[in-house]
Design a protein around this ligand. Sequence first.
Ligand SMILES: Nc1nc2c(ncn2[C@@H]2O[C@H](COP(=O)(O)OP(=O)(O)OP(=O)(O)O)[C@@H](O)[C@H]2O)c(=O)[nH]1
Ligand SMILES: [Mg+2]
Length: 197
Amino acid sequence: MKIDKADFLGSWERCMDMPHAEQPEFAFIGRSNVGKSSLINMLCDRKGLAKTSSTPGKTQTLNLFRINGQLQICDLPGYGYAKVSKKTREKFGKMIGYYLKDRPNLHCLFVLLDLRLPPQAIDLDFIADCGENQIPMVLIGTKADKLKASALEENIRAIQSKLQEMWEELPPLIISSSEDKRGRDEVWETIKNALAH
Ligand SMILES: Nc1nc2c(ncn2[C@@H]2O[C@H](COP(=O)(O)OP(=O)(O)OP(=O)(O)O)[C@@H](O)[C@H]2O)c(=O)[nH]1
Ligand SMILES: [Mg+2]
């Protein structure tokens, strides 16, 4: 996908304050530091479009981007970051919850998983919740560049086998790296397919 235009539309703390959009929206979620903002920049070929940081907890609002005047991307805060206060965690939880429930133009939620880690309970719980609420979902494994091929294979299998415990049909899993751009075509292909339906 060639990105002719990528505009930052703004940041909101509440879904209800976000502008209503005709364009389909695609959101990126996952634990703090998993690489959501980096992935958005990689997909859009723009280094500083979404703000990234090596310290977890960087994205604290719902951030919207319009791509090629055709679709929107939402960068969400991370869930489950232990180092922020309980109150802040709850605030992020609500922000995300309302967004997922009340955003009519949300076409697909990309749930990011850090491929360096074994399957995490918090991710599996979040994925199960989304499944129960019938949110269209595609999984993206991140930071694949950090693993050797054998370790990568092993962890993909571990993730799939955990998912199999709760799903008969597994949601798609795209392997990605914001460093070497792995997975870029697959994510855009998923978006294009969702737009066609
Ligand atoms: N090696 C490698 N590092 C990555 C990759 N993606 C992200 N990172 C690094 O991981 C850290 C976190 O990246 P972010 O994109 O800010 O993560 P986030 O999920 O948006 O984090 P929050 O906004 O805090 O929830 C940064 O130091 C990135 O450079 C990747 O694919 N490969
Ligand atoms: Mg972020």
